[in-house]
Design a protein around this ligand. Structure first.
Ligand code: FE2
Ligand code: FE2
Ligand code: FE2
Ligand code: FE2
Length: 406
């Protein structure tokens, strides 16, 4: 039987999706069987006019997760003096790269960077809502809700930029699934790097879903930071270049914030196993929701590849760190999945209660209760000292609208 056939789940799962992920009970493709010809690295691009917004979101989220996973292995290998282990890491890393290329090549050449940015912000808003709704750690949930209102505002600013610069309607991309409304204004999001530190969770007292949430959101914020930074050079209009630069900085702040939530005492092999588990978990979630047949096939195949990575990571963990990993993760299951669904009600509730918050000493407090020496006040003044591109886009958009209504 072909791998693809093995990996695609039965069609009836579309009617009754699995609500629980049980990685050790799934089929895994052995690593040696995962290499492909270069021709197979390149996927047929989707049609930007007809793609379902949630399918686009799944693609962008999985691109983020693959890129994060690949680079994590480069970083890990730097601190490992064990030739056999380095070879294993190198092998999995090569497959992550191939998976990443298969996903990135799905984005069509006629999709502009601003359109992709709108897709990224829709993805992260919907992902953050799902994560927050399934987050048992109250502190981490507060961080997710806090950041949700910032990415919400990015979606709103990019939508206006798209209208002004490319005469595009962002609703044609989001198709009403995600609200395009003002969040915490981007100009107010610039904070001193010291104010971006949060309190970390302890691995021992944390659920697997919390760890999956952490790895997922870190990957998504990181990818947007990299994408926006790179997009600056793709435009000649100064406003677009400034907006992308501004957004890259905020995503970098979000990344710093989320990174600081992870347990710094995690061992390298435990980290590897959890990163692989998160990849598999995300593909499994994507597969349960996907209706596009070709994408279902791809999610199914990549899921089975990741389960191969995860199983190898468990073996390495046992060999290198002497932990009985299979026992450690025995009966491993994650009882809720990453799903996208309309979420206006949740967003409105967060807007109503958390719009004025800012971080202070790892906690969130209303801005009017911050001490006058809060480092970010001064920092924000410096960053916005020569005007705010995100405010400017709103002014220009409102100006254009007033001209059209005459
Ligand atoms: Fe991967
Ligand atoms: Fe954002
Ligand atoms: Fe963000
Ligand atoms: Fe992997």
């Amino acid at each position: 039987m072909e791998n693809d056939e093995i990996c695609v789940v039965a069609p009836n799962r579309l009617v009754t999706p699995l609500a629980e992920f049980l990685p050790l009970q799934q089929h895994a493709i052995p690593i040696d069987e995962q290499f492909k010809s270069l021709e197979e690295y390149i996927s047929a691009p989707y049609n930007k006019r007809t793609i379902d917004p949630y399918t686009r979101s799944r693609i962008l989220l999985l691109i983020s997760i693959e890129n994060y996973s690949m680079f994590a292995k480069y970083q890990m290998a730097r601190y490992i003096d064990d030739d056999a282990l380095k070879k294993h890491l190198s092998m999995i890393r090569r497959i992550e790269s191939m998976q990443l290329q298969r996903l990135i090549s799905l984005i069509p050449a006629d999709e502009s960077p601003i359109e992709t940015a709108i897709g990224f912000e829709q993805m992260v808003v919907d992902t953050t809502v799902n994560l927050a709704q399934n987050e048992a750690d109250d502190y981490f949930k507060q961080v997710l809700d806090f950041t949700l209102l910032e990415d919400l505002d990015h979606l709103y600013r990019f939508a206006m930029l798209y209208d002004i610069m490319e005469e595009g309607d962002a609703e044609h991309i989001t198709r009403g699934r995600t609200p395009i409304i003002k969040g915490r204004p981007t100009a107010l999001q610039h904070r001193h790097p010291m104010d971006e530190m949060r309190v970390h969770y302890d691995l021992e007292d944390t659920s697997l879903r919390t760890i999956m949430n952490y790895l997922t959101v870190v990957a998504a914020e990181r990818e947007k930071m990299l994408f926006y930074r790179d997009a600056v050079r793709l435009y000649s209009e100064q406003l677009i270049r400034r907006i992308f630069a501004e957004m890259a900085e905020i995503e970098g702040q979000h990344l710093s914030q989320y990174e600081s939530i992870g347990d710094p005492h995690i061992s390298p092999m435990n980290n590897l196993a959890l990163i692989e588990l998160n990849e598999a978990y995300n593909y499994f979630s994507a597969l349960q929701e996907e209706t596009e047949p070709l994408m279902r096939k791809l999610w199914g195949e990549l899921l089975c590849q990741e389960l191969g990575h995860f199983q190898l990571a468990l073996v390495l963990m046992e060999r290198v760190e002497g932990k009985n990993a299979t026992k450690l993760l025995d009966n491993v299951s994650i009882s809720s999945l990453i799903e996208f669904e309309p979420n206006l009600e949740y967003i409105e509730a967060v807007l109503a209660t958390k719009i004025d918050l800012q971080p202070y000493d790892g906690e969130f407090v209303p801005e009017d209760r911050l001490p006058s020496d809060w480092p970010s006040f001064k920092f924000r003044e410096i960053i916005n000292g020569r005007g705010s591109p995100s405010d400017e886009v709103e002014k220009r958009w409102e100006h254009n609208r007033s001209l059209h209504s005459i």
